[in-house]
Design a protein around this ligand. Structure first.
Ligand SMILES: [Cu+2]
Length: 116
């Protein structure tokens, strides 16, 4: 067929346009939250964000040991080395309370993200 290469080119362009439009929309509406971790505690222990917008958690691990930020309900997991920072990207969420914890100290190091 002579026009199938043209057709696939058009499909590819449409796909790229869609991806870049979505990327721009997310960058504009993302909510950034500062969160610290010290002495096996999150500070603040409860953070909040608006619903239906991506969330960026800027986490500072002030302890000298590594920790692992994890949330089953938010489907995120990230190891953060001691005395360092990490950025945790969370997808847009529905209203609710989402618990997170340090997997290395799961019983004591707990916090929650409240989405309203
Ligand atoms: Cu884990």
């Amino acid at each position: 067929m002579s026009f199938s290469p043209l057709l696939s080119k058009l499909t590819l362009c449409a796909a790229i346009a869609l991806v870049s439009a979505t990327g721009t929309a997310q960058a504009q509406s993302a909510t950034e939250i500062q969160l610290s971790y010290k002495d096996k505690k999150f500070d603040p222990a409860e953070i909040s964000a608006p619903a239906n917008a991506p969330i960026v958690i800027k986490l500072k691990n002030l302890d000298s040991k590594a920790m692992e930020f994890e949330s089953k309900t938010l489907k995120v997991e990230k190891v953060v080395a001691g005395s360092s920072d990490a950025t945790i990207n969370v997808r847009a969420q529905k209203p609710g309370r989402y618990e997170f914890f340090d997997e290395y100290n799961e019983k004591v190091a707990r916090g929650a993200l409240v989405v309203k």
